[in-house]
Design a protein around this ligand. Structure first.
Ligand code: EPZ
Length: 423
């Protein structure tokens, strides 16, 4: 296992490039199952989760040729698709569950392992399954697997009890080949949904309203090939904005879709951070000291839950008290205890954390528990005085490409080392 060793207290400068969005790439790779022709995906990020999803597609029988230098992935179809996705792949990454809808639509049946929970919550899939049943699928659960079958999927109105991102994507993909019209109501509106719909429409799907809470899909007989370029990763961009904000720095961030980051930019402006936008580059200028700001995570376009840990890390150094509320996941405060080890004054109260800003954090060995908590601890270590070690960085490698190299390129004193400790 690797760890990051960070000597904090250094200001950042220069510019950093943002990669393609992880949470767009994963459902789009699953969506390629729907195509009977060649698919080219551009601007793919080189992430552990992306490589896992590529293994899932290969296990299903698709032929992939990747070139991470040019950030291109070429997917060749195959007539014979394996309808079973093994647990060993799903347990590595719950997003593999996105193959259920496409496999069911393409092959009329699918056997996909149920994803387990993870550090941030139990993360059930009931909304996915209820939606697919509404389209005519027969769902049987047993031995940790979902067996779905449908001689024919028929379009219908699907109301989501919660605007689940994954459920919206799974149902939307299945509906592309269903007979007739499907309306997904109370759909998730994240930019990644819009990107997936754009990709599927390139293949010949008929999807309208993606990015709003009502998505209309008119089923077609089959989907062809096409080329699509992944949108920039708004959470990676937001993470670097907070890195600048916490270290009193001024940096430039390239390849940013500013319209995907309005809530994050607004909250950082409330905290005293200045932004100067030129095209898809944004300059971030931190104040001497951050002002306290309350946040509450919400489905898009609200403040993204995937930025909650990073923003909390910033608030530990603000001049005053702030309240951080997490409304999406029931256990997304694993970073709190680790921030306390660095001298933060934070108290959990149900689904909220009260943060009393302190003048300084002190470096310490801390442990990443999940992707965004790990990123938050790196940011805290950059701002802390002294040396920190961030353990279990495999969590961070799932969603941040060359995170330590990009931070070192901005002047941070960070290196990746082997973690030989037995724990
Ligand atoms: C996606 O997860 C993202 N992952 C998550 O990013 C992100 O945090 C989340 O959306 C919310 O924005 C990918 O896109 C690969 P949900 P997903 O279904 O689809 C409950 C990261 O750090 N729920 O919108 O799993 C669920 O328990 C990751 O990149 C049900 O109850 O999220 C949760 O409380 C972390 N039943 C809430 O909805 C269901 O059937 C939101 O989950 C589905 C979800």
């Amino acid at each position: 296992m690797d760890k990051f060793v960070i000597k904090g207290g250094k200001k950042l400068s220069g510019s950093v490039d943002i990669n393609g969005a992880k949470n767009s790439t994963l459902p789009i790779l699953a969506g390629a199952i729907l195509s009977g022709d060649n698919v080219m995906i551009k601007n793919i990020p080189d992430l552990k989760d992306v490589r896992t999803m590529m293994d899932v597609l290969r296990s299903i029988g698709l032929r992939l040729t990747e070139d991470f230098e040019s950030r291109e992935l070429h997917i060749k179809p195959s007539e014979k698709l394996n309808i079973e996705t093994p647990y060993e792949l799903i347990k590595q990454m719950r997003a593999s569950f996105f193959v259920l809808g496409p496999l069911l639509a393409r092959m009329g049946k699918a056997r996909v392992a149920l994803p387990g929970g993870c550090a941030i919550g139990t993360r059930p899939v009931d909304i996915h399954l209820k939606g697919l049943e509404k389209l005519g699928a027969k769902i049987i659960l047993g031995h940790g697997y979902v067996e779905a079958s449908a001689s024919k999927l028929v379009g219908d109105n699907v109301y989501l009890d919660f605007p689940s991102v994954g459920a919206t994507e799974n149902i939307m993909m299945a509906a592309t080949l269903a007979e007739g019209k499907t309306l997904i109501e109370n759909a998730a509106k994240e930019p990644e949904i819009d990107d997936l719909a754009a990709f599927l429409n390139t293949l010949g799907a008929k999807i309208k309203g993606a990015g709003t809470d009502v998505i209309e899909i008119t089923g077609v007989k089959s989907l062809g090939g096409g080329t699509h370029s992944i949108i920039p990763d708004r959470i990676e961009a937001g993470t670097f904005m907070v890195a600048a904000a916490m270290t009193g720095s001024n940096i430039k961030i390239n390849n940013v879709r500013l319209d995907h980051l309005e809530a994050v930019i607004a909250k950082l402006q409330d905290a005293g951070v200045s932004f100067y936008k030129t095209g898809t580059t944004i300059e971030v200028a931190a104040p001497e000291r951050l002002k306290p700001v309350n946040i509450k995570s919400f489905p898009y376009p609200g403040f993204p839950t995937d930025m909650q840990p990073q923003f909390m890390a910033a608030m530990t150094l603000a001049k005053g008290t702030s309240c951080i509320q997490e409304t999406i996941f029931e256990n997304r405060f694993m970073h709190v205890a680790e921030l306390k080890r660095m001298g933060a004054n934070v108290q959990i109260k149900d689904r909220s954390v009260i943060v009393e800003g302190v003048k300084h954090l002190s470096g310490a060995p801390v442990m990443a528990s999940d992707l965004r908590a790990g990123a938050a601890l790196v940011l805290a270590a950059l701002a802390a005085s002294g040396k920190s070690e961030i353990l279990r960085v495999y969590h961070i490698d799932r969603g941040y490409e060359s995170f330590e190299k990009k931070l070192a390129g901005l002047g941070a004193d960070i290196s990746r080392e082997k973690d030989t400790a037995l724990y």
